[in-house]
Design a protein around this ligand. Structure first.
Ligand SMILES: Cc1cc2nc3c(=O)[nH]c(=O)nc-3n(C[C@H](O)[C@H](O)[C@H](O)COP(=O)(O)O)c2cc1C
Length: 152
C-alpha cells in the first residue's frame, strides 16, 4: 500500500488545518492511501524522541521571523527551529522530497522566507507556497504535486 509522509510544524493551527484538508484531498483520489502525519510541535511537547524517517516525506513550514525586512537586514527564525532539528536528525533531509512554505503576504519580502532558506540550507527544492490556511486551489495544486512525487 502506498504511503505518503507529511512532516510539519504549526503554532497557531493554520498549517495543521492545511495538512488535514490535504490528507482528505489525497485520500479522495486514492482510497487505500496511508498518510503519515508527523507533527513536530506535538513530538516536542510530549517529550518524544526524534526518529529517522523510513519513508520519503514532504515538509511544511510556516514563517515566523523576528526583525529584518527579508532583503538587506537580518532576520531571526523563531518558534519553528524544531522542524530544522528534526530534518537534521539522522540525516532525515536526505529523505525529504522538498518543502512547502506558508506565511502571510503582509510580510512582503519575508513572505515564506524560512522555507526558501531551508531549501538552500538542506539542498531540497521549495515545492510550493500558500498563504495562511490555504485555499482549495492551494490544496489541489500541492496535492497534485505530491501525487506526482510519490507516483500515486
Ligand atoms: C510573530 C509572527 C511572525 C511572523 N513572521 C512572518 C514572516 O516573516 N513572513 C511570513 O510570510 N509570515 C509571517 N508570519 C505569519 C505566519 O507564517 C502565518 O500566520 C502562518 O499561517 C502561521 O502558521 P501556523 O498557524 O501553522 O503556525 C508571522 C506570524 C507571527 C505571529
Amino acid at each position: 500500500m502506498a504511503k505518503v509522509s507529511l512532516v510539519y510544524i504549526s503554532l497557531s493551527g493554520n498549517t495543521a488545518s492545511f495538512i488535514k484538508r490535504l490528507t482528505a484531498y489525497l485520500q479522495e483520489g486514492h482510497a487505500d492511501l496511508e498518510v503519515e502525519q508527523v507533527n513536530i510541535k506535538d513530538l516536542v511537547k510530549e517529550g518524544q524522541d526524534f526518529f529517522a524517517m523510513d519513508n520519503q516525506f514532504v515538509a511544511f513550514l510556516p514563517t515566523y521571523l523576528e526583525g529584518g525586512n527579508g532583503v538587506d537586514s537580518g532576520d531571526v527564525e523563531i518558534l519553528t527551529n524544531d522542524l530544522a532539528a528534526f530534518i537534521e536528525y539522522e540525516e532525515n533531509y536526505k529523505k525529504c522530497f522538498g518543502i512547502v512554505g506558508s506565511g502571510n503576504r503582509n510580510f512582503n519580502n519575508q513572505y515564506c522566507l524560512t522555507a526558501k532558506q531551508y531549501s538552500q540550507r538542506f539542498g531540497f527544492p521549495l515545492l510550493d507556497t500558500f498563504e495562511l490556511r490555504g485555499l482549495q486551489n492551494d490544496i489541489s495544486r500541492v496535492g497534485d504535486k505530491i501525487a506526482e512525487l510519490y507516483r500515486l
